[in-house]
Design a protein around this ligand. Sequence first.
Ligand code: ADP
Ligand code: MG
Length: 461
Amino acid sequence: NRRWARVAAVLKELEEQCATPTEKLKEVADAMTREMHAGLESEDGSTLKMLISFVDKLPTGDERGLFYALDLGGTNFRVLRVQLGGKEGRVVKQESKEVSIPQELMIGSSDELFDFIASALAQFVASEGVDFHLPEGKQRELGFTFSFPVKQTSIASGTLIKWTKRFNIKSTVGEDVVSELTRAMKRQGLDMQVTALVNDTVGALAGGIYDDNDVVAAIILGTGTNAAYVERADAIKKWQGPLPNSGKMVINMEWGNFRSSHLPTTDYDQALDAESLNPGEQIYEKLISGMYLGEIVRRVLLRLAVEAALFGEEVPPQLKVPFVLRTPVMSAMHHDTSADLKVVGAKLQEFLGISSSSLKARKVVVQVCDIVAKRGARLAAAGMVGILKKLGHSNGKTKKRMAFAMDGGLYEHYTLFRESLLAALKEVLGEEASASVSVTMANDGSGIGASLLAASHSRYL
Ligand code: ADP
Ligand code: MG
Protein backbone atom coordinates (compact mmCIF):
# COMPACT_ATOMS: atom_id res chain seq x y z
CA ASN A 1 0.00 0.00 0.00
CA ARG A 2 3.02 2.25 0.05
CA ARG A 3 2.71 1.87 -3.73
CA TRP A 4 -0.78 3.31 -3.85
CA ALA A 5 0.15 6.11 -1.51
CA ARG A 6 2.96 6.96 -3.93
CA VAL A 7 0.53 6.83 -6.87
CA ALA A 8 -1.82 9.18 -5.06
CA ALA A 9 1.01 11.58 -4.27
CA VAL A 10 2.20 11.73 -7.89
CA LEU A 11 -1.37 12.29 -9.09
CA LYS A 12 -1.99 14.99 -6.53
CA GLU A 13 1.15 16.83 -7.54
CA LEU A 14 0.20 16.52 -11.22
CA GLU A 15 -3.27 17.85 -10.54
CA GLU A 16 -1.94 20.83 -8.61
CA GLN A 17 0.67 21.73 -11.17
CA CYS A 18 -1.81 21.44 -14.05
CA ALA A 19 -4.58 23.37 -12.34
CA THR A 20 -6.30 26.00 -14.45
CA PRO A 21 -8.79 27.85 -12.25
CA THR A 22 -10.80 30.62 -13.95
CA GLU A 23 -8.54 33.33 -12.57
CA LYS A 24 -5.49 31.68 -14.07
CA LEU A 25 -7.19 31.37 -17.44
CA LYS A 26 -7.98 35.09 -17.33
CA GLU A 27 -4.31 35.80 -16.72
CA VAL A 28 -3.37 33.61 -19.66
CA ALA A 29 -5.95 35.40 -21.84
CA ASP A 30 -4.58 38.80 -20.83
CA ALA A 31 -1.04 37.65 -21.53
CA MET A 32 -2.16 36.46 -24.98
CA THR A 33 -3.73 39.87 -25.71
CA ARG A 34 -0.54 41.65 -24.59
CA GLU A 35 1.66 39.42 -26.72
CA MET A 36 -0.63 40.08 -29.71
CA HIS A 37 -0.16 43.84 -29.29
CA ALA A 38 3.60 43.45 -28.89
CA GLY A 39 3.88 41.21 -31.96
CA LEU A 40 2.01 43.73 -34.14
CA GLU A 41 4.27 46.48 -32.95
CA SER A 42 7.70 45.11 -33.84
CA GLU A 43 9.34 42.16 -35.52
CA ASP A 44 10.90 40.50 -32.49
CA GLY A 45 9.05 41.95 -29.56
CA SER A 46 6.83 39.00 -28.73
CA THR A 47 6.66 35.24 -28.48
CA LEU A 48 3.95 35.63 -31.14
CA LYS A 49 5.26 36.31 -34.62
CA MET A 50 1.92 37.81 -35.69
CA LEU A 51 2.80 37.15 -39.33
CA ILE A 52 1.28 39.31 -42.05
CA SER A 53 -0.44 36.90 -44.42
CA PHE A 54 -0.85 39.27 -47.39
CA VAL A 55 -4.46 38.12 -47.45
CA ASP A 56 -6.42 41.37 -47.50
CA LYS A 57 -9.30 40.06 -49.61
CA LEU A 58 -11.44 37.41 -48.04
CA PRO A 59 -13.89 35.23 -49.95
CA THR A 60 -17.10 36.94 -50.96
CA GLY A 61 -18.97 33.99 -52.42
CA ASP A 62 -18.51 35.21 -55.99
CA GLU A 63 -15.54 32.93 -56.68
CA ARG A 64 -15.89 30.83 -59.84
CA GLY A 65 -13.92 28.20 -61.70
CA LEU A 66 -11.69 25.20 -61.10
CA PHE A 67 -9.07 25.49 -58.39
CA TYR A 68 -6.67 23.13 -56.69
CA ALA A 69 -5.38 23.13 -53.15
CA LEU A 70 -2.59 21.28 -51.46
CA ASP A 71 -2.35 21.00 -47.70
CA LEU A 72 1.03 20.19 -46.18
CA GLY A 73 1.49 20.39 -42.48
CA GLY A 74 0.53 17.31 -40.59
CA THR A 75 0.88 13.62 -40.72
CA ASN A 76 -0.95 13.47 -43.99
CA PHE A 77 -0.93 15.81 -46.84
CA ARG A 78 -4.00 16.35 -48.90
CA VAL A 79 -4.71 17.40 -52.42
CA LEU A 80 -8.06 18.82 -53.38
CA ARG A 81 -9.89 20.25 -56.36
CA VAL A 82 -13.07 22.29 -56.34
CA GLN A 83 -15.38 23.65 -58.95
CA LEU A 84 -16.68 26.95 -57.62
CA GLY A 85 -19.98 28.27 -58.96
CA GLY A 86 -20.34 31.77 -57.50
CA LYS A 87 -23.17 32.79 -55.16
CA GLU A 88 -25.71 30.37 -56.66
CA GLY A 89 -23.51 27.38 -57.33
CA ARG A 90 -21.17 27.67 -54.32
CA VAL A 91 -18.99 24.57 -54.16
CA VAL A 92 -20.38 22.70 -57.15
CA LYS A 93 -18.11 19.73 -56.77
CA GLN A 94 -15.05 18.79 -54.77
CA GLU A 95 -12.70 15.87 -54.65
CA SER A 96 -9.75 15.21 -52.44
CA LYS A 97 -7.13 12.63 -51.72
CA GLU A 98 -5.03 12.07 -48.65
CA VAL A 99 -1.49 10.75 -48.82
CA SER A 100 0.70 9.94 -45.86
CA ILE A 101 4.24 11.22 -45.87
CA PRO A 102 6.90 8.69 -44.93
CA GLN A 103 8.71 9.75 -41.75
CA GLU A 104 12.12 9.67 -43.41
CA LEU A 105 11.02 12.32 -45.93
CA MET A 106 10.19 14.70 -43.06
CA ILE A 107 13.81 14.78 -41.98
CA GLY A 108 15.50 14.13 -45.33
CA SER A 109 16.22 16.56 -48.15
CA SER A 110 14.06 19.39 -49.40
CA ASP A 111 14.04 18.13 -53.00
CA GLU A 112 12.95 14.66 -52.01
CA LEU A 113 10.07 15.98 -49.94
CA PHE A 114 8.81 18.37 -52.63
CA ASP A 115 9.25 15.75 -55.37
CA PHE A 116 7.09 13.37 -53.40
CA ILE A 117 4.42 16.04 -53.01
CA ALA A 118 4.51 17.19 -56.62
CA SER A 119 4.32 13.64 -57.85
CA ALA A 120 1.22 12.90 -55.77
CA LEU A 121 -0.33 16.13 -57.01
CA ALA A 122 0.45 15.22 -60.63
CA GLN A 123 -1.24 11.84 -60.19
CA PHE A 124 -4.29 13.54 -58.70
CA VAL A 125 -4.51 16.05 -61.56
CA ALA A 126 -4.34 13.16 -64.01
CA SER A 127 -7.55 11.78 -62.49
CA GLU A 128 -9.55 14.98 -63.06
CA GLY A 129 -13.00 14.10 -64.41
CA VAL A 130 -15.44 15.81 -66.74
CA ASP A 131 -17.28 17.57 -63.90
CA PHE A 132 -14.38 19.96 -63.63
CA HIS A 133 -13.88 22.64 -66.23
CA LEU A 134 -10.73 24.52 -67.04
CA PRO A 135 -11.31 27.18 -69.72
CA GLU A 136 -9.18 26.74 -72.82
CA GLY A 137 -5.75 28.35 -72.64
CA LYS A 138 -5.75 28.74 -68.88
CA GLN A 139 -3.29 27.23 -66.49
CA ARG A 140 -4.51 25.39 -63.43
CA GLU A 141 -4.11 27.42 -60.24
CA LEU A 142 -3.31 26.18 -56.78
CA GLY A 143 -3.70 27.39 -53.23
CA PHE A 144 -0.83 26.01 -51.20
CA THR A 145 -1.63 25.49 -47.55
CA PHE A 146 1.63 25.22 -45.69
CA SER A 147 1.24 24.96 -41.94
CA PHE A 148 4.61 26.06 -40.70
CA PRO A 149 5.88 29.52 -39.80
CA VAL A 150 6.60 31.39 -43.01
CA LYS A 151 7.78 34.93 -43.55
CA GLN A 152 5.43 35.84 -46.33
CA THR A 153 6.85 38.17 -48.99
CA SER A 154 3.71 38.35 -51.13
CA ILE A 155 0.47 36.42 -51.42
CA ALA A 156 2.30 33.75 -53.41
CA SER A 157 5.77 33.63 -51.92
CA GLY A 158 7.35 33.24 -48.53
CA THR A 159 10.41 31.87 -46.81
CA LEU A 160 10.33 29.15 -44.22
CA ILE A 161 11.29 30.42 -40.76
CA LYS A 162 11.49 27.01 -39.13
CA TRP A 163 9.98 23.57 -39.29
CA THR A 164 7.82 22.37 -36.38
CA LYS A 165 6.01 19.15 -35.40
CA ARG A 166 7.69 16.12 -36.96
CA PHE A 167 9.45 17.98 -39.76
CA ASN A 168 13.06 19.04 -39.68
CA ILE A 169 14.90 19.62 -42.97
CA LYS A 170 17.71 22.14 -42.64
CA SER A 171 18.06 23.01 -46.31
CA THR A 172 14.48 24.31 -46.61
CA VAL A 173 14.83 26.89 -43.85
CA GLY A 174 15.21 30.35 -45.36
CA GLU A 175 14.01 29.17 -48.79
CA ASP A 176 10.88 30.26 -50.64
CA VAL A 177 8.59 27.26 -50.29
CA VAL A 178 6.59 28.24 -53.38
CA SER A 179 9.78 28.12 -55.47
CA GLU A 180 10.60 24.75 -53.95
CA LEU A 181 7.18 23.42 -54.92
CA THR A 182 7.19 25.09 -58.34
CA ARG A 183 10.57 23.58 -59.21
CA ALA A 184 9.36 20.16 -58.12
CA MET A 185 6.18 20.52 -60.22
CA LYS A 186 8.36 21.34 -63.24
CA ARG A 187 10.46 18.25 -62.58
CA GLN A 188 7.21 16.26 -62.61
CA GLY A 189 6.04 17.96 -65.81
CA LEU A 190 3.02 19.41 -64.03
CA ASP A 191 1.67 22.61 -65.54
CA MET A 192 0.22 24.53 -62.62
CA GLN A 193 0.77 27.82 -60.86
CA VAL A 194 0.68 28.60 -57.16
CA THR A 195 -1.41 31.77 -56.74
CA ALA A 196 -1.78 31.73 -52.96
CA LEU A 197 0.51 30.52 -50.22
CA VAL A 198 -1.42 30.33 -46.99
CA ASN A 199 -1.05 28.96 -43.55
CA ASP A 200 -3.71 26.39 -42.65
CA THR A 201 -5.19 28.79 -40.12
CA VAL A 202 -5.54 31.44 -42.80
CA GLY A 203 -7.16 28.89 -45.09
CA ALA A 204 -9.52 27.81 -42.34
CA LEU A 205 -10.40 31.45 -41.74
CA ALA A 206 -11.17 31.98 -45.44
CA GLY A 207 -13.28 28.82 -45.52
CA GLY A 208 -15.02 29.86 -42.30
CA ILE A 209 -15.91 33.32 -43.59
CA TYR A 210 -17.21 31.82 -46.85
CA ASP A 211 -19.74 29.91 -44.73
CA ASP A 212 -20.42 32.51 -42.05
CA ASN A 213 -19.71 36.24 -42.30
CA ASP A 214 -19.36 36.66 -38.54
CA VAL A 215 -16.26 34.49 -38.39
CA VAL A 216 -13.43 36.62 -36.98
CA ALA A 217 -10.80 34.01 -36.24
CA ALA A 218 -9.83 30.45 -37.00
CA ILE A 219 -8.21 28.05 -34.59
CA ILE A 220 -6.38 24.87 -35.52
CA LEU A 221 -6.26 22.08 -32.97
CA GLY A 222 -4.72 19.12 -34.70
CA THR A 223 -1.21 17.74 -34.63
CA GLY A 224 -0.11 21.28 -33.88
CA THR A 225 -2.06 24.37 -32.96
CA ASN A 226 -2.34 27.87 -34.37
CA ALA A 227 -4.71 30.79 -34.82
CA ALA A 228 -5.41 33.47 -37.41
CA TYR A 229 -7.75 36.43 -37.27
CA VAL A 230 -8.83 39.51 -39.19
CA GLU A 231 -7.00 42.65 -38.02
CA ARG A 232 -7.44 46.31 -38.94
CA ALA A 233 -4.50 47.05 -41.25
CA ASP A 234 -3.82 50.38 -39.53
CA ALA A 235 -3.40 48.60 -36.20
CA ILE A 236 -0.35 46.72 -37.52
CA LYS A 237 2.39 49.13 -36.47
CA LYS A 238 5.20 47.04 -37.95
CA TRP A 239 3.58 47.03 -41.41
CA GLN A 240 5.61 49.25 -43.76
CA GLY A 241 3.68 48.74 -46.98
CA PRO A 242 0.66 50.60 -48.33
CA LEU A 243 -2.61 50.03 -46.53
CA PRO A 244 -4.86 47.62 -48.45
CA ASN A 245 -8.12 48.98 -49.87
CA SER A 246 -10.14 46.67 -47.69
CA GLY A 247 -8.50 48.15 -44.60
CA LYS A 248 -8.09 44.62 -43.34
CA MET A 249 -5.30 42.12 -43.05
CA VAL A 250 -5.36 38.53 -41.92
CA ILE A 251 -2.73 37.86 -39.25
CA ASN A 252 -1.27 34.41 -38.76
CA MET A 253 -0.50 34.50 -35.06
CA GLU A 254 1.72 31.41 -34.84
CA TRP A 255 0.23 31.10 -31.39
CA GLY A 256 1.84 27.71 -30.81
CA ASN A 257 4.97 29.59 -29.81
CA PHE A 258 3.11 31.57 -27.12
CA ARG A 259 4.76 31.45 -23.75
CA SER A 260 3.94 33.07 -20.44
CA SER A 261 4.84 32.66 -16.80
CA HIS A 262 1.11 32.13 -16.25
CA LEU A 263 1.11 28.85 -18.17
CA PRO A 264 0.98 25.93 -15.75
CA THR A 265 3.84 23.55 -16.53
CA THR A 266 5.34 20.48 -14.90
CA ASP A 267 8.61 18.54 -14.89
CA TYR A 268 7.09 16.29 -17.54
CA ASP A 269 6.60 19.28 -19.83
CA GLN A 270 10.12 20.50 -19.23
CA ALA A 271 11.62 17.11 -20.04
CA LEU A 272 9.42 16.74 -23.11
CA ASP A 273 10.53 20.15 -24.34
CA ALA A 274 14.21 19.53 -23.63
CA GLU A 275 14.15 16.25 -25.59
CA SER A 276 12.07 17.62 -28.48
CA LEU A 277 13.24 18.59 -31.98
CA ASN A 278 12.73 22.26 -31.05
CA PRO A 279 13.63 22.83 -27.40
CA GLY A 280 12.49 26.13 -25.95
CA GLU A 281 10.06 26.71 -28.79
CA GLN A 282 6.32 26.13 -29.32
CA ILE A 283 5.72 25.92 -25.57
CA TYR A 284 1.96 26.54 -25.81
CA GLU A 285 1.70 23.95 -28.60
CA LYS A 286 3.47 21.42 -26.39
CA LEU A 287 0.77 21.88 -23.74
CA ILE A 288 -2.31 21.70 -25.93
CA SER A 289 -1.85 20.03 -29.28
CA GLY A 290 -2.44 16.49 -30.48
CA MET A 291 1.18 15.71 -31.15
CA TYR A 292 2.05 16.12 -27.47
CA LEU A 293 -0.91 15.26 -25.22
CA GLY A 294 -0.40 11.50 -25.45
CA GLU A 295 3.34 11.93 -24.93
CA ILE A 296 2.77 13.92 -21.72
CA VAL A 297 0.51 11.11 -20.48
CA ARG A 298 3.19 8.55 -21.34
CA ARG A 299 5.74 10.43 -19.28
CA VAL A 300 3.45 10.52 -16.25
CA LEU A 301 2.64 6.82 -16.61
CA LEU A 302 6.32 5.98 -16.90
CA ARG A 303 7.04 7.79 -13.65
CA LEU A 304 4.15 5.95 -11.99
CA ALA A 305 5.50 2.65 -13.31
CA VAL A 306 9.01 3.36 -12.06
CA GLU A 307 8.21 4.91 -8.71
CA ALA A 308 5.02 3.11 -7.77
CA ALA A 309 5.07 -0.09 -9.86
CA LEU A 310 1.72 0.91 -11.36
CA PHE A 311 1.89 -1.93 -13.89
CA GLY A 312 3.69 -4.46 -11.69
CA GLU A 313 7.24 -5.01 -10.55
CA GLU A 314 8.71 -4.67 -14.01
CA VAL A 315 8.49 -1.37 -15.85
CA PRO A 316 6.89 -2.14 -19.24
CA PRO A 317 9.77 -1.57 -21.73
CA GLN A 318 7.53 -0.03 -24.40
CA LEU A 319 6.46 2.67 -21.97
CA LYS A 320 9.97 4.06 -22.29
CA VAL A 321 9.65 4.73 -26.01
CA PRO A 322 8.94 8.39 -26.79
CA PHE A 323 5.66 9.08 -28.61
CA VAL A 324 4.39 5.45 -28.50
CA LEU A 325 1.26 6.69 -26.81
CA ARG A 326 -0.54 8.72 -29.45
CA THR A 327 -3.29 11.15 -28.61
CA PRO A 328 -6.05 9.17 -30.40
CA VAL A 329 -5.20 6.22 -28.13
CA MET A 330 -5.22 8.49 -25.08
CA SER A 331 -8.60 9.79 -26.24
CA ALA A 332 -9.99 6.27 -26.64
CA MET A 333 -8.92 5.38 -23.10
CA HIS A 334 -10.24 8.66 -21.70
CA HIS A 335 -13.68 8.00 -23.23
CA ASP A 336 -13.94 4.44 -21.89
CA THR A 337 -17.16 4.21 -19.91
CA SER A 338 -17.24 0.45 -19.37
CA ALA A 339 -17.34 -0.69 -15.73
CA ASP A 340 -14.07 -2.60 -15.96
CA LEU A 341 -12.41 -0.09 -18.30
CA LYS A 342 -11.83 -2.76 -20.89
CA VAL A 343 -10.86 -0.28 -23.60
CA VAL A 344 -8.11 1.04 -21.33
CA GLY A 345 -6.94 -2.51 -20.68
CA ALA A 346 -6.93 -3.35 -24.37
CA LYS A 347 -5.06 -0.17 -25.38
CA LEU A 348 -2.46 -0.66 -22.65
CA GLN A 349 -1.89 -4.13 -24.02
CA GLU A 350 -1.87 -3.18 -27.67
CA PHE A 351 0.30 -0.07 -27.49
CA LEU A 352 2.39 -0.52 -24.36
CA GLY A 353 2.66 -4.29 -24.15
CA ILE A 354 1.07 -4.36 -20.70
CA SER A 355 -0.55 -7.76 -20.68
CA SER A 356 -2.60 -7.34 -17.55
CA SER A 357 -3.57 -4.27 -15.58
CA SER A 358 -5.65 -3.93 -12.44
CA LEU A 359 -8.86 -1.92 -12.51
CA LYS A 360 -7.28 0.45 -10.04
CA ALA A 361 -4.35 1.05 -12.37
CA ARG A 362 -6.71 1.61 -15.31
CA LYS A 363 -8.58 4.21 -13.30
CA VAL A 364 -5.31 6.00 -12.69
CA VAL A 365 -4.62 6.01 -16.43
CA VAL A 366 -7.99 7.62 -17.11
CA GLN A 367 -7.35 10.21 -14.44
CA VAL A 368 -4.00 11.14 -15.96
CA CYS A 369 -5.63 11.51 -19.39
CA ASP A 370 -8.29 13.70 -17.84
CA ILE A 371 -5.84 16.05 -16.12
CA VAL A 372 -3.66 16.45 -19.20
CA ALA A 373 -6.54 16.89 -21.67
CA LYS A 374 -8.40 19.37 -19.46
CA ARG A 375 -5.36 21.55 -18.98
CA GLY A 376 -4.76 21.65 -22.74
CA ALA A 377 -8.37 22.36 -23.63
CA ARG A 378 -8.77 25.07 -21.02
CA LEU A 379 -5.54 26.79 -22.04
CA ALA A 380 -6.71 26.78 -25.66
CA ALA A 381 -9.96 28.43 -24.55
CA ALA A 382 -7.97 31.07 -22.67
CA GLY A 383 -6.05 31.86 -25.86
CA MET A 384 -9.34 32.29 -27.73
CA VAL A 385 -10.52 34.74 -25.08
CA GLY A 386 -7.26 36.63 -25.59
CA ILE A 387 -8.17 37.06 -29.28
CA LEU A 388 -11.69 38.20 -28.42
CA LYS A 389 -10.25 40.80 -26.08
CA LYS A 390 -7.93 42.05 -28.80
CA LEU A 391 -11.01 42.45 -31.00
CA GLY A 392 -12.82 44.44 -28.33
CA HIS A 393 -15.08 41.69 -27.11
CA SER A 394 -13.72 41.83 -23.58
CA ASN A 395 -16.28 43.62 -21.54
CA GLY A 396 -19.52 41.95 -22.44
CA LYS A 397 -20.86 45.27 -23.72
CA THR A 398 -20.53 44.40 -27.36
CA LYS A 399 -23.55 42.80 -28.94
CA LYS A 400 -21.68 41.99 -32.12
CA ARG A 401 -21.70 38.29 -32.80
CA MET A 402 -18.22 36.81 -33.17
CA ALA A 403 -17.61 33.34 -34.46
CA PHE A 404 -14.61 31.04 -34.44
CA ALA A 405 -13.94 28.55 -37.21
CA MET A 406 -12.32 25.48 -35.70
CA ASP A 407 -10.30 22.94 -37.62
CA GLY A 408 -8.19 19.95 -36.70
CA GLY A 409 -8.50 16.34 -35.68
CA LEU A 410 -7.97 16.98 -31.98
CA TYR A 411 -10.96 19.30 -31.68
CA GLU A 412 -13.05 17.23 -34.07
CA HIS A 413 -12.51 13.78 -32.58
CA TYR A 414 -11.56 14.26 -28.94
CA THR A 415 -15.03 14.91 -27.51
CA LEU A 416 -14.00 15.42 -23.89
CA PHE A 417 -11.31 17.86 -24.99
CA ARG A 418 -13.84 19.79 -27.07
CA GLU A 419 -16.37 19.87 -24.23
CA SER A 420 -13.77 21.14 -21.75
CA LEU A 421 -12.73 23.85 -24.18
CA LEU A 422 -16.29 25.06 -24.74
CA ALA A 423 -17.09 24.99 -21.02
CA ALA A 424 -13.95 26.98 -20.20
CA LEU A 425 -14.78 29.54 -22.86
CA LYS A 426 -18.15 30.14 -21.19
CA GLU A 427 -16.61 30.16 -17.76
CA VAL A 428 -14.01 32.81 -18.62
CA LEU A 429 -16.28 35.02 -20.74
CA GLY A 430 -19.25 34.81 -18.44
CA GLU A 431 -22.80 33.89 -19.39
CA GLU A 432 -23.72 37.16 -21.05
CA ALA A 433 -20.63 37.75 -23.17
CA SER A 434 -20.45 34.15 -24.26
CA ALA A 435 -23.96 34.38 -25.72
CA SER A 436 -22.59 36.37 -28.67
CA VAL A 437 -19.66 34.03 -29.26
CA SER A 438 -19.99 30.91 -31.33
CA VAL A 439 -17.64 28.14 -32.30
CA THR A 440 -18.19 26.06 -35.40
CA MET A 441 -16.32 23.18 -36.90
CA ALA A 442 -14.90 24.29 -40.24
CA ASN A 443 -15.02 20.94 -41.92
CA ASP A 444 -12.01 20.91 -44.14
CA GLY A 445 -12.02 24.69 -44.05
CA SER A 446 -8.35 24.83 -44.80
CA GLY A 447 -8.56 22.88 -48.04
CA ILE A 448 -11.56 24.73 -49.43
CA GLY A 449 -10.23 27.95 -47.94
CA ALA A 450 -6.94 27.68 -49.78
CA SER A 451 -8.72 27.09 -53.08
CA LEU A 452 -10.99 30.09 -52.38
CA LEU A 453 -7.91 32.23 -51.80
CA ALA A 454 -6.32 30.84 -54.97
CA ALA A 455 -9.50 31.98 -56.72
CA SER A 456 -9.60 35.45 -55.18
CA HIS A 457 -5.92 35.92 -56.08
CA SER A 458 -6.14 34.33 -59.55
CA ARG A 459 -3.95 35.89 -62.21
CA TYR A 460 -6.89 35.84 -64.62
CA LEU A 461 -8.96 38.32 -62.63
P1 ADP B 1 -2.97 17.85 -39.01
O1 ADP B 1 -3.03 18.68 -37.78
O2 ADP B 1 -1.85 16.92 -39.00
O3 ADP B 1 -3.13 18.66 -40.25
P2 ADP B 1 -5.57 16.85 -38.39
O4 ADP B 1 -6.18 18.17 -38.29
O5 ADP B 1 -6.32 15.79 -39.07
O6 ADP B 1 -4.17 16.86 -39.05
O7 ADP B 1 -5.25 16.38 -36.91
C1 ADP B 1 -4.65 15.17 -36.68
C2 ADP B 1 -4.31 15.11 -35.24
O8 ADP B 1 -5.51 15.13 -34.48
C3 ADP B 1 -3.59 13.86 -34.86
O9 ADP B 1 -2.20 14.06 -34.91
C4 ADP B 1 -4.04 13.63 -33.45
O10 ADP B 1 -3.18 14.28 -32.55
C5 ADP B 1 -5.38 14.29 -33.37
N1 ADP B 1 -6.43 13.28 -33.42
C6 ADP B 1 -6.89 12.61 -34.48
N2 ADP B 1 -7.85 11.74 -34.14
C7 ADP B 1 -8.01 11.86 -32.81
C8 ADP B 1 -8.82 11.22 -31.84
N3 ADP B 1 -9.70 10.29 -32.16
N4 ADP B 1 -8.69 11.62 -30.57
C9 ADP B 1 -7.81 12.55 -30.23
N5 ADP B 1 -7.01 13.18 -31.08
C10 ADP B 1 -7.10 12.85 -32.36
MG1 MG C 1 -4.33 20.23 -40.88
